[in-house]
Write a protein that binds this ligand. Sequence first.
Ligand code: ZN
Length: 216
Amino acid sequence: MTTEAQAQLTPQQAWDLMQQGNERFMAQQADHPRQDGERRGLGEHGQNPHAVVLACSDSRVPVEIVFDQGLGDVFVIRTAGEITDLSVLASLEFAVDSLGVPLVVVLGHEKCGAVAAAETALDKGVMPSGFQRVLVEKVTPSLLSAKAEGLSGIENFERNHVKEIANHIVDRSPEIRERLNDGRCAVVGLRYRLSDGKAEPLVGYGLDIGAETVQR
Ligand SMILES: [Zn+2]
């Protein structure tokens, strides 16, 4: 996408591109777009991605594949359990502010090991070793807020965790909030289902994605 085309792209249009790609992937009709040598060469002139995606590092959730995107299309950040820290927030702001990306996607998934580890820690008091404790520390608040809302079951914990991360990004980043408020950017939270390949919509900030919509 050219710089001019990206500057004209609304958050809704960026969402349409992602959703259509996911539908192609689900239907096993992926186009594998913009992955040829010509496209590779165009990358030398810069990048104008239409979405920034914070996803879990899980090997079963490769972002470009499940949204059927090509070179230069998506700016991707991945951590186990899609947890955030200052480096992640810096990368998100770089995408939105310096690259002008109109859509932030938080992507969790079915059978997430990080969410399962936090549940085990909470239920059985068993903590993982070393720095893996950080995963539990960062996911546990999402489980606690889910339980406070009366939610149960690992699937609902995974969904609530995505919503908490999306909310956290909007809360923590003044850059993203400012662009959200004037309509230049939207933030959406999705949960990828391993079973059928769908990225199920959970929450949209500044965008109606057929799920819970939050206007700020
Ligand atoms: Zn995961």
